[in-house]
Design a protein around this ligand. Sequence first.
Ligand SMILES: [Zn+2]
Length: 404
Amino acid sequence: MTNRLYYEDSYLTSFTSHVVRCEAVNETDSVVYLDESAFYPTSGGQPFDTGLINGLKVTDVFVDRDGDVAHRIEGFLEPGTKVDCLIDWARRFDHMQQHAGEHMLAGSVYRQFGGKTIGLHLGHSDSSIDVELPGGRTRLEPEELQSLEDDVNQRIQNDEKIRCWFPDAEELERLPLRKAPAVTEHVRVVQIGNDEFCACGGTHPSSAGQIGLVKIIDARPSKGKLRLTFLCGNRAYLHYRKCFDTVKQLSSVLSAEEDKLTAAAEELMQRFKDVQYLLNRAKARMAVDAVKTAAQKTVSPKGFCVVKYVFEEIGFEALKEAASEITRQPDAVALLASKEGQSTLLLFARSEGLSFDMNKLLKETVKITGGKGGGTGEFARGSSPDARALDLAESALLQDGGNQ
Ligand SMILES: [Zn+2]
């Protein structure tokens, strides 16, 4: 069995070892086994370490079926070779920060709310835990989340000691573990401060201060549990810098102090809505004028009148306005369209006294031209690739002569 050096010293990044065996995976890669290794294999939610073995790149580290640490490398090594090993410290330390931060957060959610954490997902950009809360709760209030952050970050600032060791059976029995260990033998315990004890085989810094900062960035229900997504250490610092830069830029764009940004953005949105409203009104007036002056009007032998018109990017609200102007008159049918980029908006409407079914007419038309839509007997809207639908609808109306 591989002697795992990281159990004793998570700061060991350079060591010498011996190749026990080397198995080719393909023409370029192999899996190498060492008599002892400080490379962390993917386990317990913590991803593997990368680095070099005798200058050859380590691309994966995992625990094989026999419990040995297997290192996938780019190249091959002869059994018995003495090898110099180097671990990518930036990656390892990042994982140590996230993992220890997770223990602290899980400990805090346990102590404050009785939440039991199910596993850690340490991702490329953020990490998450799923928490089972008493009474089936799947949410925490904003102030409860803040209380978790306050507790964890206070402990970080207090630089609480972190200790990892293998207690004997008797000592293990006495330890107030946050949850039952997943293994029964060689249980390793990670202790943070005086009240956080958890069985764990991961790598951790020697004190909480090295985690730097823990920030919860998302909290939402997930599969009946609460999913907390968070950042620790350098990730939290980089996130803070990104947020700070964004706020600075926004502050300059909106000409507002940082603490007045939300109000400034709300005001801007309100103004935008007002302008949008006015613009829609203006477009509607244009539509009405256009319909009055230029629309093709066809008077059927039965005496009703069909007004057909195609607009350019006028929007649905303006179409509606134009349609109601037309159908305010007795015995009138409005067949209107507006070309909007790749699609054409359709609006069919009729005066109150007529009996045509606009919903049916629109559905039958778009069945031929492609598109979709629907509505009521009096009014229907939809979309189609082009305005051909208007001609089809018009001839259907004139043919049926109002017998629908
Ligand atoms: Zn752990």
